[in-house]
Design a protein around this ligand. Structure first.
Ligand code: COA
Length: 638
């Protein structure tokens, strides 16, 4: 098994393999350096299919801390039957191995379908993450426009690296990563269907788009961001164009057509057909779908105190605050939406089907760095020429479409009311502290989450942490199951007054090591969840009845993630946020910086058992208590 990271080489390092300056803005028409991206991709290994017996064993191990003994006994029998020689498991395994030999990645297409395109809940809150940047230092529309113009220039600067194939290749544990996701996030959009959605990527078309869409006061505009010679508009030119958009948008009011994209996907699929009956609407929707990205120029949202600012901002990024707020000032199907509000609140929302958080954050890190550079330090392409005004994208609202908009307003308001979000900046230490104690910071945080959950509920729960599979061609993610026998032993002992500190530290070290071990097997394609999914999909592909193993209530329990978590690190002091994946669960995203950790914790207020504010506090307490016992234990002192 290759690719298991050593603890000193697990960080994401970046190396520019391609010897071109990375920050140079190249005209979009610049000759594509054909083949660099492709040859890098071809050099990547294919995702392996793990051995059947290994997965079966690891599955039973993973169940131990989260199911009752009688449930486990029943599942053990099902597993035995599934993997018996000549049984259905072996047949499906062979099918999967054949699929792996015939495809670039046996999993990726299935995964996008099952996890995203067949998932019918609204993308808002249930699938699309938000990202909260630090509040910028402007408080009016003038400042908003200036910043937004720089932001557009920053994205175009990044896009030039994609177009020219000069994007630095990323590494994990010394292994180069698949860069495909970077090629999927710009100029793409999700399209609603009646039963299944799709994603179109116009960057790959013969006429790639040269415009972005800007939405202000619920009105959409097409803004061409390149001059006729292919050079990007300068920040000054963009400012002029954005001013034109804002004054045109203030002159009239409009129905919030974008709010339709917050609907349940089956309902939106039908509403989409209604909307697209009209030619003007078709033209406008196509312009949005084709655009490089969407820029949402928001009005200021509610602030609250300094303490609650980031939580309020996260809500703006995740769903826009409902119909009285900015939820209609979005097109949630768009892969990438940057959000800039008049009060300096900034961030993004992205549709998850084409990519995970890390490539989005890498793009945003680049953009933030770009906006901080002095104007003089930046290449200014294009002379100040008179530009045609941005094109307003009109919509004709039939009574049918109006009804759909009304329904979308009601449903997004319910959703907005239901979502509880707490952004907590844990100020006491960052990833530096676990490193001092020779522990993986990510594992340390995950074990603190286990402790926080156990203290609140007196039980361990199925926990999901995303692990990158990007060491493999077209790799997406697998699941790190953070609840392990070792973590269960630790959380059960931690508050036991009869246990000595040294024993607690010993159990903590074992739990952290077990988590890092699972991380290593997950990133090297040897975890259980995608393999089990693949075996189930293979049964469906071969039109076999779904094996009893997958109809087992224990399997459903194992997939009912009360804790759905993800680390999304960044250079910028920001945090990503997402909703819980089950009605009685939590979504927890965190960004460990050197000396502090940003957490975004979400829950649904309809569930009386969960409370994001309480869990965030419990995580803080767990981290502090874990530090305390480490510092009090002579063994751990360096
Ligand atoms: N002692 C000292 N230092 C250690 C250590 C130890 N025992 N173990 C790890 N470290 C160091 C690492 O070298 C690294 O150093 P750096 O800050 O200089 O880079 C740092 O601690 C962080 O390592 P760790 O906390 O173990 O996490 P990681 O960076 O390996 O990340 C995952 C772990 C699971 C988050 C990562 O592998 C991954 O898969 N990321 C993608 C997740 C994703 O896709 N999320 C988005 C979903 S939308």
């Amino acid at each position: 098994m290759w690719g298991v990271c050593s603890r000193t080489a697990v960080g994401m390092a970046k190396t520019c393999l391609f010897k071109r300056p990375c920050h140079l803005v190249k005209p979009v028409s610049a000759t594509r350096v054909a083949g660099r991206y492709l040859s890098h991709q071809r050099g990547l290994p294919a995702l392996p299919v793990p051995p059947l017996q290994q997965t079966c064993e690891r599955y039973l191990n993973a169940l131990e801390p989260i199911v009752e003994a009688d449930e486990l006994t029943r599942t053990e029998e099902l597993v035995q039957d599934f993997q018996r020689p000549g049984g259905v498991g072996e047949r499906l395994q062979r099918g999967l191995e054949k699929r792996a030999s015939m495809t670039e990645n046996w999993l990726s297409q299935w995964w996008v379908q099952v996890a995203y395109l067949d998932f019918r809940m609204p993308v808002v809150v249930h699938s699309s993450p938000g990202l909260v940047l630090p509040q910028m230092d402007f408080r009016d529309q003038q400042g908003q426009i200036r910043f937004a113009a720089k932001l557009i220039s920053g994205v175009l600067d990044f896009k030039a690296m994609i177009d020219n194939e000069t994007l630095p290749v990323e590494f994990l544990g010394g292994q180069p990563l698949c860069m495909n996701q970077y090629y999927e996030v710009l100029s793409s959009c999700r399209i609603p269907g009646l039963k299944r959605d799709s994603v179109v990527n116009h960057a790959k078309s013969s006429l790639p788009p040269k415009h972005i869409t800007v939405v202000n006061n619920f009105q959409f505009f097409e803004l061409n961001v390149y001059n006729s010679d292919g050079s990007p508009l300068s920040s000054d030119q963009l400012c002029i164009q954005l001013e034109r958009i804002c004054s045109a948008a203030q002159e009239t009011s409009a129905e919030p057509v974008g709010i339709l994209t917050t609907l349940h996907r089956d309902i939106w699929g039908k509403a989409y057909l209604n909307l697209m009956k009209d030619e003007t609407n078709r033209d406008s929707v196509t312009a949005i779908q084709r655009s490089i990205f969407t820029l949402c120029l928001d009005r200021a949202g509610p602030h609250g105190s300094e303490e609650t600012y980031r939580s309020c901002a996260a809500i703006q990024m995740l769903h826009g605050g409902g119909s009285p707020g900015n939820s209609g000032n979005r097109w949630f199907d768009k892969t990438l939406q940057f959000i800039v509000a008049e009060d300096g609140t900034c961030g993004a929302n992205y549709e998850h089907a084409p990519a995970e958080g890390p490539p989005i954050v890498a793009l945003i890190d680049h953009v933030v760095e770009y906006t901080r550079k002095p104007e003089a330090g930046r290449p200014e392409a294009g002379q100040p020429v008179t530009l045609p005004p941005p094109r307003r994208l009109n919509f004709n609202i039939s009574p049918e479409v109006q009804k759909d908009i009304d329904e979308a307003e009601r449903s997004v308001n319910r959703l907005a009311q239901d979502l509880e979000m707490k952004v907590k900046v844990f100020q006491h230490f960052g990833k530096n502290l676990p490193k001092t104690f020779k522990m993986s910071p990510d594992a340390f945080i995950q074990i603190a989450l286990q402790l926080a959950y156990y203290r609140k509920y007196q039980r361990c729960c199925a926990t999901y942490e995303s692990a990158s599979l990007r060491m493999y061609r077209l790799g997406r993610t697998d699941t790190i199951r953070s609840a392990s026998n070792a973590s269960a032993a630790f959380v059960k002992a931690f508050d036991d007054p009869n246990k000595q500190n040294s024993e607690k530290v010993d159990l903590m070290e074992k739990a952290v090591k077990a988590h890092r071990w699972y991380t290593n097997i997950a990133i090297s394609g040897q975890a259980i969840d995608r393999h089990l999914l693949g075996l189930k999909m293979q049964a469906m592909e071969e039109k076999l009845s779904v094996p009893a193993l997958f109809r087992d209530p224990t399997y459903s329990k194992a997939l009912h993630y009360h804790l759905s978590t993800s680390q999304v690190p960044s250079k910028t002091d920001c945090v990503m946020c997402f909703g819980p994946v089950v009605p009685d669960g939590y979504g927890v995203c965190y960004n460990p910086m050197e000396d502090h950790i940003n957490f975004a914790v979400s829950s649904f207020s309809m569930c009386s058992e969960t409370n994001a504010v309480d869990l965030a506090q419990a995580v803080e307490d767990a981290l502090l208590d874990m530090r305390r016992v480490l510092e009090q234990s002579p063994k751990s002192k360096l």
